[in-house]
Every structure is written in structure tokens, then in C-alpha cells.
Design a protein around this ligand. Structure first.
Ligand SMILES: *[C@@H]1O[C@H](CO)[C@@H](O)[C@H](O)[C@H]1NC(C)=O
Ligand SMILES: *[C@@H]1O[C@H](CO)[C@@H](O)[C@H](O)[C@H]1NC(C)=O
Ligand SMILES: *[C@@H]1O[C@H](CO)[C@@H](O)[C@H](O)[C@H]1NC(C)=O
Ligand SMILES: *[C@@H]1O[C@H](CO)[C@@H](O)[C@H](O)[C@H]1NC(C)=O
Ligand SMILES: *[C@@H]1O[C@H](CO)[C@@H](O)[C@H](O)[C@H]1NC(C)=O
Ligand SMILES: *[C@@H]1O[C@H](CO)[C@@H](O)[C@H](O)[C@H]1NC(C)=O
Length: 450
């Protein structure tokens, strides 16, 4: 009897101890802190960690897709009419971008590397071969004409050369040539006078330099600070895009689920491309000063060696309506043309990202050149690209394990409280049971003895 009640009282004490432990763990917030430290350790860029391997050689396939605009009415455009274009694509490339020449600096708090991108054509993910023909603006010619405008003597010479070689404002080239470069006749002729000039032109060739093999430097907390802490701070995310000669701010948009993993979607504000009236930060893109183009297009001519290149969202999504109206065939749509990045909030890992940009050329009548005819000033779309990545299945599995662990660890204090309550109930039950048999046996005993 004595041993039994001792057992029961220990149950009560145990229940109270477990309850106190559970409640104090909840109040002290130890577990979330512990968890954050754990995650931080896992995503640190240190030789040997998984995060480092992923950074050095991203496991998920990155695709670059191009959609060209094929011009259907060149003669009418030269007469001052609105261009009509047909979107042709995608032409898909797999992007490989291993980090090379990795160096740890400042006692390992910084990493420096050279990021060399390589593109391999994917025929079965493309609408046709790289030899498909596209008719678009003759960008080298437009650039040269732009640079010699109002210079009657040289302008007339160049114009005469262009007439003799049959070059005009528009040209028909293959997809491969437009992207990766071709020897341009006009540039080659000019090279005779200016030997430093490069006579190869391509959207991805160094003249325009959509892609550059850039030396990157990250601090050790790169993944961590780039994503998680920035979204904690005023819910915005910082991205850098060399294509647009500038950085972008993206803001939280909505909750999403990618391959069963919860994420937050961030997208650049419409403000990014807004005109200087709406976003004074963009005043630097009103070149020459005060010459603003309107919302949705950025003049990046300065970073493209003087070529009259303007960047925008595909199909002038979020741009002034006038750009959409000026070209027949523009159909801006959020789901197809928005840039977005989805992050897992716990780890800051990228679940899915799509960077979408359009390259445009500013075409206009240039005075000594008959080649420009009566063309109206137009922001002419050439190509748009979708650079995208979706988390690979192996990483999904890893991430799910981490999240399961997190769920378990986070709930330990609550499980303890639950356990405490259960043991408490058991204690009460045992106490009651112990008392009832005592009284019944007391009543029965006389009956039995009689
Ligand atoms: C990382 O560690 C491995 C083996 O420990 C070594 O071979 C490699 O050179 C290291 N890499 C860097 C960038 O230090
Ligand atoms: C690197 O660490 C060593 C020893 O821990 C220290 O003496 C040195 O000042 C550190 N250098 C830098 C750049 O932090
Ligand atoms: C683009 O237009 C040109 C000229 O009309 C045509 O020859 C070419 O086949 C078109 N390209 C594609 C891929 O349809
Ligand atoms: C773009 O900027 C350049 C100077 O960098 C300027 O000469 C040109 O006129 C601008 N283009 C447009 C369309 O405003
Ligand atoms: C800037 O954009 C706003 C809204 O699109 C428009 O009302 C305004 O006229 C634009 N200003 C200039 C200078 O283009
Ligand atoms: C861009 O890439 C993403 C991810 O691969 C894909 O889901 C999407 O369909 C692509 N968008 C377009 C318009 O091709």
C-alpha cells in the first residue's frame, strides 16, 4: 500500500516538473534560436558544406529561353507605319555556371570566384533549330548611323557604302548569329579606319555583353544575408542584375508552393522601370539629362558601348501603354512576363526563379541616311529572355527533411506540456481509484467476516 502511493505521488511530481520545463522552454524561445543557428550553419558558404557545393556548381538546371520578334512589314515601317511583329520561340539553352578560381579571403569570411557561364542548345525544348531566320533591326547599322548623325560628310560616305553592300535598317539573320555573333560587313569596313573596332556583333557577344563573365565576391553569410535577413528587414529583397546596369529591389508578393514546399514570392516593383517623375532614382536613366522616355523602359546605351539599346519587361509589361500600342503584336501578361523569385522562408533557399527581360532598339529617322526612310521614332522589340531555375528533386527531399526536423524540434516544448498534462490526468485518475477501493473494502470487510 505504501509503495503504491509513493508511486502515485512521484507521478504527480513528474507531471509538474515536465509542465514547468515545457512552459519555460516555450517562454524562453530557446528552440527557435537553436534552430536558426542550425540552419545558419547549414547554409554558410564554407568549404565542405552542402551550401558551398550548391553555390560552386548549382545542382538544379538553369535554362535560358529566347523569344524573338520577327518583323512582317519592313517596307511599311520605312514609310512611317507601325511595325507588326510575330513572336518566335522559345530557343532554349541550358546554362552552366560553375564558380572557378575560388579563393577564401579575410580568414574565410569572404569568397571570391570567377563565374563563367556556358550555354548549350537544347533542340527538344526549342521551337526550331538555331538556323531559323529572324528579320529584325540591323543593330550595328542603327548604332553606326546614330553615331554619325548630323555628320554629313562621313554620314554620306557610310550611307553610300551601305547602299552598295545592300545593308538597310532591317536585316535577316539566324537565331545563332543574332545571339552569339556574326561578322558584320559595315563594322568590318569601318575597322579599316578604326582598327580597335570589333567587327563581330551579337546580342550575347561582348559588344552588347548581355552576359559577362564576372568576378563575383560574396561574404560568407551570402545565402543567409542575401535572402532571409533581408526579407525580415522591411520585406524587400536585393538582387543585382548586370544586364540592366543596376540593382533591383523586389518585394514580397504572395505565398506560393513549389513541389510541395512553402515559399514566399518576390517580384520587382513596377517602380523599378518607372519614369523619373514616379521614381526619382531613375533620373540617371534620363539621358541626356531631362530626356525621360516614359515608364517601363530604361536607356542602357551608356553600358552597351553607345548602341541605342533600351531594356524593358517582355511585351512592355508594366510599361506605358504607348509602347504596347506602338508595335502590333505586343500582349503583356503578368504570368508570362513578370520577373519573380520564390524563396523558402526558413532556409532562404531559392525554390524557383524566372528573370524576364526584353531587349529593344530605339529606331528613328537619322538625317543623312536614306536607309532610315520615314521611320517613326519607335522602341522596337528585338528579343526577350526567360532565365529560369526550379529546385531539383534531390534538394526538395533534403529540404523536406530539414523542415520535418524543424517541425519536430519546434514542437518539443508543446509536446512536453501535453505529456505533463497527460501524466497529471493519470495521477488524478490513480488518486481517485486508490480512494474508492479503500472505502469499498472497508464496507465489505464486515460483510465478509460475518
Ligand atoms: C576544399 O576542400 C577540398 C578538400 O578538403 C580541397 O581539395 C579544395 O581545394 C578546397 N577548396 C577550396 C576552394 O579551398
Ligand atoms: C586572421 O586570423 C589571424 C589569426 O586568427 C589574425 O592574426 C589575423 O589578424 C586575421 N586576419 C584578418 C584579416 O582578419
Ligand atoms: C521570319 O520572317 C522571315 C521573313 O518573312 C521569314 O523568312 C522567316 O522564315 C521567319 N522566321 C520564322 C522562324 O518563321
Ligand atoms: C539614350 O542615352 C544616350 C546617351 O547615353 C542618348 O544619346 C540617347 O539619345 C538616349 N536615347 C533615347 C531614346 O533617349
Ligand atoms: C511618368 O509616368 C506617369 C505615369 O505613367 C505619367 O503620368 C507621366 O506623364 C510620366 N512622365 C514623363 C515625364 O514621362
Ligand atoms: C520560363 O521558365 C519557367 C521555368 O522553367 C517556365 O515555367 C515558364 O513556362 C517559362 N516562361 C515562358 C513564358 O516560357
Amino acid at each position: 500500500m505504501l509503495r503504491k502511493s509513493c508511486c502515485i505521488y512521484s507521478t504527480g511530481i513528474l507531471s509538474i516538473l515536465i509542465l514547468i520545463l515545457g512552459i519555460s522552454l516555450v517562454l524562453s524561445n530557446v528552440f527557435p534560436h537553436f534552430l536558426q543557428a542550425l540552419v545558419k550553419k547549414e547554409v554558410t558558404l564554407k568549404n565542405g558544406t552542402e551550401a558551398f557545393d550548391a553555390w560552386e556548381n548549382p545542382p538544379a538546371p538553369i535554362y535560358m529561353q529566347f523569344y524573338f520578334f520577327n518583323l512582317t512589314n519592313p517596307l511599311e515601317v520605312l514609310d512611317g507605319n507601325r511595325p507588326a511583329v510575330v513572336e518566335i520561340g522559345p530557343y532554349t539553352y541550358r546554362e552552366y555556371r560553375p564558380m572557378e578560381e575560388i579563393n577564401f579571403l579575410d580568414n574565410g569570411t569572404k569568397v571570391s570566384a570567377v563565374n563563367t557561364k556556358t550555354y548549350i542548345f537544347q533542340p527538344n525544348m526549342s521551337r526550331g533549330p538555331e538556323t531559323d531566320l529572324i528579320r529584325t533591326v540591323n543593330i550595328p547599322a542603327m548604332t553606326v548611323m546614330d553615331q554619325f548623325k548630323d555628320n554629313t560628310i562621313i554620314g554620306n560616305l557610310i550611307s553610300a557604302y551601305m547602299r552598295s553592300s545592300g545593308e538597310g535598317l532591317f536585316t535577316t539573320r539566324t537565331v545563332g548569329e543574332l545571339l552569339w555573333g556574326y561578322e558584320d560587313g559595315l563594322l568590318k569596313a569601318l575597322k579599316l579606319f578604326k582598327p580597335a573596332l570589333d567587327d563581330v556583333f551579337g546580342l550575347f557577344y561582348k559588344l552588347i555583353g548581355l552576359v559577362d563573365n564576372r568576378r563575383v565576391q560574396h561574404d560568407q553569410w551570402h545565402q543567409w544575408s542575401l535572402f532571409s535577413s533581408c526579407y525580415h528587414q522591411n520585406e524587400s529583397l536585393y538582387m543585382f542584375s548586370s544586364d540592366m546596369c543596376r540593382s533591383l529591389y523586389a518585394e514580397y508578393e504572395e505565398d506560393v508552393t513549389v513541389k510541395g514546399i512553402a515559399g514566399y514570392r518576390f517580384s520587382p516593383l513596377s517602380k523599378v522601370f518607372a519614369n523619373a517623375t514616379v521614381n526619382p532614382d531613375n533620373a540617371g536613366f534620363c539621358v541626356p539629362a531631362g530626356n525621360c522616355l516614359g515608364s517601363g523602359v530604361l536607356n542602357v546605351s551608356v553600358c552597351k558601348q553607345g548602341a541605342p539599346i533600351l531594356m524593358s519587361s517582355p511585351h512592355f509589361y508594366q510599361a506605358d501603354e504607348k509602347f504596347v500600342q506602338d508595335v502590333f503584336g505586343m500582349r503583356p501578361k503578368k504570368e508570362w512576363h513578370q520577373t519573380a523569385i520564390d524563396l523558402n522562408p526558413l532556409t532562404g533557399i531559392v525554390l524557383q526563379a524566372a528573370k524576364r527581360l526584353q531587349v529593344n532598339v530605339f529606331v528613328q529617322k537619322v538625317s543623312p541616311f536614306s536607309q532610315t526612310g520615314n521611320v517613326s521614332p519607335t522602341v522596337f522589340p528585338v528579343v526577350w529572355l526567360n532565365e529560369s531555375v526550379v529546385i531539383d528533386d534531390a534538394s526538395v527531399l533534403k529540404l523536406k527533411t530539414v523542415m520535418l526536423k524543424q517541425a519536430v524540434v519546434e514542437n518539443i516544448p508543446f509536446m512536453l506540456i501535453g505529456l505533463g498534462i497527460l501524466i497529471g490526468l493519470l495521477y488524478m485518475f490513480l488518486m481517485c481509484r486508490q480512494k474508492i477501493p479503500e472505502s469499498t473494502t472497508a464496507e465489505r470487510e464486515p460483510l465478509l467476516s460475518s
